[in-house]
Write a new protein. Structure first.
Length: 221
């Protein structure tokens, strides 16, 4: 397997992508409550088993002692509220704020909605989420990743889904996510969200490379 020598099988890699994008998406859509931290801790452990890449975020989530998790949930909820609610930062997690600053974002949202619709995907969003919110964009990637995993064995379908993911990365994630992550790292030092930003940057770059290798392998099958 040429995708990632650290991953045991193609199937492991395919489903680890679903789980990774889902975790990264949910962490900016949901407060880190006690129940969520326990759930994320379990998911981080499973991801660490599927891949040997030691992202700091996964290590932090997995290594959180259950004896301390109530206190940790209180602390992380305070950080979340400070970043996303008290400072009014949710607008900073919208692509339109980065790619079209100062302009009406409705047109950009409509363009993204069209991308989602063509893929046959609709979202149930919270009051603060829009089609260009980072949580929604990463959720879209998780759903495409799931579609790719479920079509294993169907080469043509997999190649089409891979291209859809690569196109979305190039046109709708890369133009703004690095700037978002830089902002978040500056304001969320020593927290889960600083580690989230670090992991998103590294993961998107590596995943793009892995997808290209996987597509190349499929074409030679």
């Amino acid at each position: 397997m040429t995708v990632n020598a650290e991953v045991k099988t193609n199937t492991d890699w395919l489903y680890s992508r679903v789980m990774t994008y889902r975790l990264l998406s949910e962490m900016l859509q949901r407060k880190p409550t006690l129940s969520k931290l326990i759930e994320w801790r379990r998911e981080a452990g499973r991801l660490m088993q599927l891949s040997a890449r030691p992202h700091a975020l996964l290590l932090t989530l997995e290594d959180t002692p259950l004896a301390n998790i109530i206190q940790d949930a209180d602390q992380q909820c305070s950080v979340y509220e400070h970043l996303f609610e008290q400072h009014g930062l949710p607008s900073g997690f919208r692509a339109a704020e980065y790619v079209r600053p100062g302009q009406e974002p409705c047109g950009y949202e409509a363009m993204l909605n069209s991308v989602y619709s063509r893929a046959g995907i609709t979202f149930k969003k919270t009051a603060q989420e829009t089609d260009d919110h980072i949580g929604i964009e990463l959720e879209f990637m998780s759903l495409l990743a799931e579609r790719l995993a479920e079509s294993e064995g169907n080469t043509l379908e997999q190649i089409n889904v891979i291209q859809a993911q690569l196109d979305f990365m190039e046109h709708y994630l890369q133009p703004w996510v690095p700037a978002l992550c830089q902002q978040l790292q500056q304001q969320a030092t020593h927290s889960l969200y600083g580690q989230w930003a670090e992991m998103v940057l590294a993961y998107l770059e590596q995943d793009q490379e892995d997808l290209r290798h996987y597509a190349a392998d499929l074409r030679y099958v």
